[in-house]
Design a protein around this ligand. Structure first.
Ligand SMILES: [Zn+2]
Length: 513
């Protein structure tokens, strides 16, 4: 007898329906699973066999064939265990053929027949609703995540017996989770950073206009401490963003335990030895990389010059297009990757240049070290800030700084409101996204400010890209102050934070000649 049930597989950040078909027929006894499946899925047959035996159901001495369609999508993971078991039970006549109509099933099977948690439930339930399913049967641990989707019945089960009971019309007991509004919460706060006004100002501007920022300074000066706190001042998550991030995190199993949705903006800080596929996504079975996991949040790259230059170059596509295309066997998939890049570097191999009392690096070493970061990447950093080591008073005072995350976030939100109003009806969301051709339209300057920009362009030898970065950063600084026309002061501050041009570094480093 032939039977079919519905499940789902992940392709990119979307779930696509997968039809699990089972056939029990006469012939050489055996159990085979076909349909472009990974070895994990082939192993499902042993799990199912053991689980059924432990439930006192023996497999028939017949030929059992399971097919997972469509055949061009590679299927992997353990979420197909439950649908395969259901299809086999149906083909054996243990479940009525019409009992699981318009029902999507997902779940991992343990040897004793219990059903375990799986990844990718949120996008799968969304797909179930889109293709007209009325019910979803999920592992009990995943039900909170599934119930986020409205308009579809989500049922949690503990084991296979409950599935069989359900098909006979008995509803297994459900644990009802009281609905609560998820508040954003962060374990860190800018209030813990004493002083460091310059860095705080730089990250405030970065957060307000979603500008990429490069921090340079000696080890232990608080570069990563500042970067880690940027998500705490970014605008509060909208419901749409929360769902978008949760879907991605659901696929890789990063949703917080027991929570249905994410409760904070992502902060990803991969180690500098990270590989290309881990950073940008890919692999035999493509998986989102760090740039996608940081979507709508912060990607922090510490020790920038230590990173593989080839890997760093891969960042150009997501920085330019805010998404990344990953090629794979038989096609490609596109992952979203709109993140704020915060990068940090030491000024020299030892980290203490220009403090010559501590730094013994030779000019050649310093230049070679700084040259490891390509000009192309430096060109994409809108803001640059040199971080000074905290003074003794700052460290020892033990007070909480007045400029804490709540205060900074209020300032960012205000600047965000100006931007929303200005870019209403366009594709632009933040000042950092203004196309070069429209800078003149959105960044109106006073006459003095224009003259200052002209002088800066000539004397500081700004590149074309650098010139536009300065104006866009000045736009954000003006927004923070609630001003529509950009004044000389705003341009002046933006110039202080301009990204370093390699030629400029070399010209102004006296020991480097
Ligand atoms: Zn040094």
């Amino acid at each position: 007898m032939y039977c079919s049930v519905i499940s789902a597989g992940i392709s990119g950040v979307e779930a696509v329906p997968v039809y699990v078909e089972a056939d029990v027929s006469r012939g050489m006894p055996g159990f085979s699973i076909v349909g472009y499946v990974s070895s994990q899925i082939r192993e499902a047959r042993d799990r199912i066999r053991a689980a059924l035996v432990n439930m006192d159901i023996s497999l028939p001495v017949n030929r059992i064939t399971v097919n997972l369609a469509p055949g061009d999508l590679r299927k992997e993971g353990t979420a197909y265990d439950l649908p395969i078991a259901a299809a086999v039970l149906m083909a054996m006549g243990k479940i009525r053929p019409d009992a699981l109509k318009k029902t999507m099933l997902l779940g991992e099977l343990r040897l004793d027949g219990t059903i375990g948690r799986v990844n990718g439930v949120l996008p799968s339930v969304m797909t179930a609703k889109a293709i007209g399913c009325k019910n979803c049967i999920l592992p009990m641990e995943n039900t909170a995540e599934g119930r986020v989707v409205e308009g579809i019945q989500v049922l949690g089960i503990h084991n296979l017996s409950e599935l069989i009971a359900y098909t006979k019309g008995e509803i297994p007991p459900q644990t009802v989770v009281a609905e609560k509004k998820i508040a954003e919460c962060y374990p860190v706060d800018f209030g813990e950073m004493q002083g460091q006004e310059m860095v705080k100002r730089a990250v405030l501007i970065a957060a307000a206009g979603f500008h990429n920022i490069l921090l340079s300074g000696p080890p232990g000066s608080g570069k990563s401490m500042a970067a880690e706190r940027i998500p705490t001042i970014l605008p509060e998550l909208t419901e749409e963003e929360r769902l978008e991030i949760s879907r991605i995190h659901s696929i890789v199993g990063l949703l917080p335990e027991g929570e249905a949705l994410v409760n904070r903006r992502p902060y990803r800080a991969p180690h500098h030895t990270i590989t290309g596929p881990a950073l940008c996504g890919g692999g035999v079975s493509p998986r989102p990389g760090e740039v996608t996991l940081a979507h709508r949040g912060v990607l922090f790259l510490d020790e920038l010059p230590e990173m593989d230059t080839g890997v760093l170059e891969m960042l150009r596509e997501p920085l330019e297009n805010r998404r990344i295309t990953v090629s794979r066997l038989g096609g490609s998939c596109v992952y979203p990757a709109s993140f704020l890049l915060a990068a940090a570097m030491n000024p020299c191999p030892c980290g203490y240049y220009p403090d010559r009392s501590r730094c013994r690096c030779s000019p050649v070493e310093i230049r070679r070290y700084q040259n490891r970061v390509s000009q192309a990447l430096l060109d994409r950093m809108d803001l640059y800030c040199e971080v000074q080591e905290a003074t003794y008073q700052e460290i020892s005072s033990g007070r909480r700084d007045e400029m804490d995350s709540a205060k900074m976030r209020r300032m960012v939100s205000l600047a965000g409101e100006y931007q929303r109003e200005r870019y209403c009806g366009t594709a632009i969301r933040f000042n950092s996204e203004i196309p070069a051709g429209e800078v003149r339209k959105y960044c109106v300057m006073t006459e003095e400010a224009s003259r200052m920009m002209e002088a800066a362009f000539r004397h500081l030898r700004l590149s074309g890209r650098g010139y536009f970065h300065v104006i866009k950063v000045a736009r954000t600084i003006a927004d923070l102050a609630g001003e529509e026309i950009i004044s000389e002061d705003r341009i002046g501050e933006a110039l202080c934070f301009r990204s370093p041009d390699r030629n400029v570094i070399e010209r102004f480093s006296p020991t480097c000649v």
